[in-house]
Ligand binder design. Structure first.
Ligand SMILES: [Zn+2]
Length: 391
């Protein structure tokens, strides 16, 4: 694996150095998709931040929003849903935090998008973006606080008075994985018009995880030595990929059993070597043909860097899995992390040149009418269908 990675890396460096010798012209006209061929034109969106708690207002907003994106020739919405959303459908305490659950805005959105020909994929993180009140840590929802991942700094200072973060679920725990799969089973059954499940960054949140009791015990039992599973040693890397890989395998089996036409995709970084120490084992999942597409988040204002990173991912996955890069309008806390309309259009063009089968735009709240009209008159000029791959 390492040797193959090295050879692939050398090819990637050679290829990029050849490509980088030609300039990316400034201000050139971005072409529509070649011959109007099918591609994914997706948008990451967060319904709980957009739609009103009042169902009448909210339903009108949904129709306007979906129609606006269809008019700009998007064909896919990747719709965020935290686990709290499903808990809120039956538990009023969770409803207060996500009032759109009272009228199930997600269901309305899926149905209306289907009417106007847009696919909706559920954008879900099974490991990250949790909190101490998340239902997976709540015994009233059959959760367990012991499933929370533990960072090395928390382990080193056990007597310090500090709240445990509980923002990440350790996927090595089989009961935790079963809980998350059970939640997604409910979603798949509840929304038959959902076209796919798109898993956000499947793994740990940082290199300081995980040193929960289970990880420490398994490391000792498997490798026969007291190690530190939070480090980037090859053993720690493999251990971190066990739980995430089992989850993705079983999610795929569940999807095929419940709704065979539904797609499965994940997102993460553009380098599998950098992602694997976090448990994001997407290169192997792609090789095993478990993924219908992979989305590397390539958030940069530098078009050369974008092209190089997009090509690295396409080279890495080859014919195993289509690559749909994520392009950011704005990202992170820094003010300078903003891409102009011109750069977004250029990066779409570069993604196509790199062999990508579409793009995902990050994210709806930054996508003003200026960007939408530039997309429609530029790279999204022809309305194109979602590709047939994966079906
Ligand atoms: Zn753990």
């Amino acid at each position: 694996m390492k040797k193959t990675g090295l050879i692939l890396g050398l090819f990637a460096i050679l290829a990029v150095s050849v490509i980088s010798s030609t300039d990316i012209p400034r201000g050139y006209a971005v072409q529509p998709s070649p011959m109007g061929s099918p591609e994914i034109r997706a948008l990451w969106m967060v319904p709980r931040l957009i739609f009103d708690a009042d169902p009448e207002k909210g339903k009108i907003q949904i129709r306007e929003y979906v129609q606006k994106m269809a008019n700009a020739h998007f064909n896919t919405l990747l719709v965020e849903m935290p686990s709290d959303y499903i808990a809120a459908l039956t538990d009023e305490r969770y409803q207060k935090a996500i009032p759109i659950t009272k009228w199930d805005a997600l269901g309305e959105l899926i149905n209306f998008a289907h009417e106007v020909g847009l696919q909706v994929h559920l954008w879900y993180s099974f490991t990250d973006y949790k909190s101490p009140r998340s239902p997976e840590f709540n015994p009233l929802h059959n959760g367990n606080p012991k499933w929370a991942a533990v960072q090395i700094k928390e382990r080193m200072e056990p007597n310090k008075e500090r709240p445990k973060r509980m923002s990440v679920l350790c996927p090595l725990n089989p009961d935790a994985r079963r809980w998350e799969l059970g939640l997604l089973e409910q979603v798949i059954k509840r929304y038959p018009l959902l076209s796919g499940i798109h898993i956000e960054e499947p793994g740990y949140s940082g290199h300081g995880e995980c040193v929960c009791d289970l990880c420490l015990k398994l490391f000792q039992e498997i490798y026969g030595t007291a190690g530190l599973p939070e480090t980037n040693s090859p053993q720690a890397e493999d251990l971190k990929c066990l739980g995430t890989t089992d989850f993705i395998r079983n999610l795929r089996i569940k999807i095929k059993a419940l709704n065979p036409g539904m797609l499965l995709s994940v997102n993460g970084g553009y380098s599998w070597q950098m992602d694997r120490p976090l448990g994001r084992n997407w290169k192997q999942w792609a090789e095993l043909k478990w993924l219908d597409f992979y989305t590397p988040q390539i958030y940069t204002t530098d078009a050369y860097k974008f092209r190089s990173n997009a090509q690295d991912t396409v080279y890495a996955l080859g014919n195993d899995c289509p690559v749909i890069p994520g392009i950011a309008v704005k990202w992170g806390p820094k003010e300078r992390n903003v891409n102009s309309v011109e750069t977004v259009l250029r990066e779409i063009d570069l993604a196509r040149q790199a062999g990508a089968r579409g793009v995902v735009i990050y994210k709806d709240e930054f996508l003003t009418n200026e960007y939408l009209s530039a997309l429609k008159s530029g790279p999204f000029k022809d309305k194109v269908p979602f590709p047939k791959f994966g079906k």
